[in-house]
Design a binder for this molecule. Structure first.
Ligand code: C2O
Ligand code: CU
Length: 439
């Protein structure tokens, strides 16, 4: 791992500018194109960008807004945009099943209404591993003016990623060894909002900041903790929890989000958001502890944080579905290549599932492999059975089974073919992907 020096800065990302005066419409332009950024001081890295930056600018909207995105592909290969977690109409979902990829030099206009407040993100869905790891990802923040005031002094996006860099030249290192093929490649530098991590923010002890954490890394898991401070989770993947949760640590896998209230405990001391060691495959070894963000508390006396509301979101309990399906995640060697499978077959050969609109299904996901896989479903949200929190991405630990209850609720545009896959991007591209036809 490359060790970033402590530095001070701010958790900022550019925001997409609204080109439409109608307050009910957010009309923006987004261009994917090659570009250069500096992850290492004085060293330019060739990357792929949205509007020239890594990550791309944040798409920030109020709930109920009609979003129009004029997308231009200036990359040398086809691409699409997928709005991860946003319940868009099927034709806008950005998968090659839902639309033709946007060819180099072409323009495509995405249009949808953001119906759910929360934290989401966008990324391509063509050669996803390569395209995301070259820098194509950005945050989506949907705010509801009617939301409860959680008393946070700041509302910030913490978009986590990593890059593999040649430490001498700063060039992206896209070589993959057998371990990378198996595990998905992890970068040697963790970046937050595109900048090297370990930044320091001046705070007052006790003051809460709301952090919208998004894991956009291709493979890296972040087992988050706030050392010397407090961490309260208020939202899961784009939906408020029924009640705030005080946490010592939280595993955030690729694709997942969490809205956290964080604060430093002690005046004059530093609280640090860290990624604790995590072993995501049996025997693979743990990742190193990595410091991500430091909250540097002033000497002023701590403020007493306001009491949080006892209840936040209205999350129903989903009972076991009308249909129960078994889905098995696995991997096999084909010659020298590792192939990832769902029910024994690889995308596009995995038999499709047909589900009815307005039904509830239980999917028992069995992970038959020795490594964790984060399971992601497009278009619909689900709950881990018995856990009252909306999710669209959930870790299925190595050699375990998890039961998900999926609400195929009836909504405009929900009929169609929706993908589900592992969100370790090399696994997805290596075949651990399939589709559910909802009709
Ligand atoms: Cu963020 Cu199909 O994925
Ligand atoms: Cu996987």
């Amino acid at each position: 791992m490359l060790e970033p020096a402590p530095w001070s800065g701010a958790l900022t990302t550019p925001t997409l500018a609204d080109e439409n005066p109608d307050p009910g419409v957010l009309e923006v332009s987004l261009t994917a194109a090659p570009g250069q950024v500096e992850f290492l001081p004085g060293k330019a890295t060739n990357v792929w960008t949205y509007n020239g930056t890594v990550p791309g600018p944040t798409l920030a909207a109020e709930v109920g807004t009609r979003v129009v995105v004029h997308f231009t592909n200036d990359l040398p290969e086809p691409t699409t945009i997928h709005w991860h977690g946003v319940r868009v109409p099927n034709a806008m979902d950005g998968t090659p099943r839902a639309m033709n990829p946007v060819e180099p030099g072409e323009i495509f206009t995405y249009e949808f209404v953001v119906e759910d407040p929360g934290t989401f993100w966008y990324h391509p869905h063509v050669r996803t591993d390569v395209q995301v790891e070259r820098g194509l990802y950005g945050a989506i923040v949907v705010r509801d003016p009617a939301d409860l005031d959680l008393g946070a002094v700041a509302d910030e996006t913490v978009l986590l990623g990593d890059v593999s860099l040649d430490p001498d030249t700063g060039a992206l290192d896209e070589t993959r060894d057998a371990r990378d093929e198996m595990m998905g490649s992890e970068g040697n530098l963790v970046v937050i909002n595109g900048a090297r991590s370990n930044l320091g923010i001046d705070v007052r002890a006790g003051e809460r900041r709301q952090w919208r954490v998004i894991n956009a890394a291709g493979s890296r898991y972040f087992r988050l903790a706030v050392e010397g401070g407090s961490m309260v989770r208020v939202a899961s993947d784009g939906a408020l929890l029924p009640a705030p949760e005080n946490l010592d640590e939280l595993l955030v896998t690729p694709g997942e989000r969490a809205d956290l209230l964080v604060s430093a405990d002690t005046p004059g001391e530093t609280a640090t958001l860290v990624a604790l060691p995590y072993e995501r495959a049996v025997g693979a070894g743990e990742t190193e502890r990595t410091a991500l963000v430091r909250l540097v508390a002033s000497d002023e006396p701590a403020v007493t944080p306001a009491t949080l509301p006892g209840s936040l979101g209205d999350v129903p309990v989903l009972a076991t579905g009308d249909v129960v399906r078994t889905i098995t995640l696995g991997e096999v060697m084909e010659g020298d290549d590792i192939v990832f499978t769902i029910n024994g077959a690889s995308f596009p050969d995995v038999p499709g599932i047909v589900a009815g609109l307005a039904t509830t299904e239980t999917w028992e996901i069995t992970n038959d492999s020795a490594m964790d896989h984060p399971f992601h479903l497009h278009g619909f949200r689900f709950q881990a059975e018995g856990v009252r929190a909306w999710k669209d991405t959930l870790n299925i630990p190595a050699e375990e089974s998890v039961r998900l209850v999926i609400d195929f609720e009836e909504r405009a545009g929900a009929a169609g073919s929706w993908m589900y896959h592992c969100h370790i991007l090399g696994h997805e591209e290596g075949g651990m992907m399939a589709e559910v036809l909802v009709e």
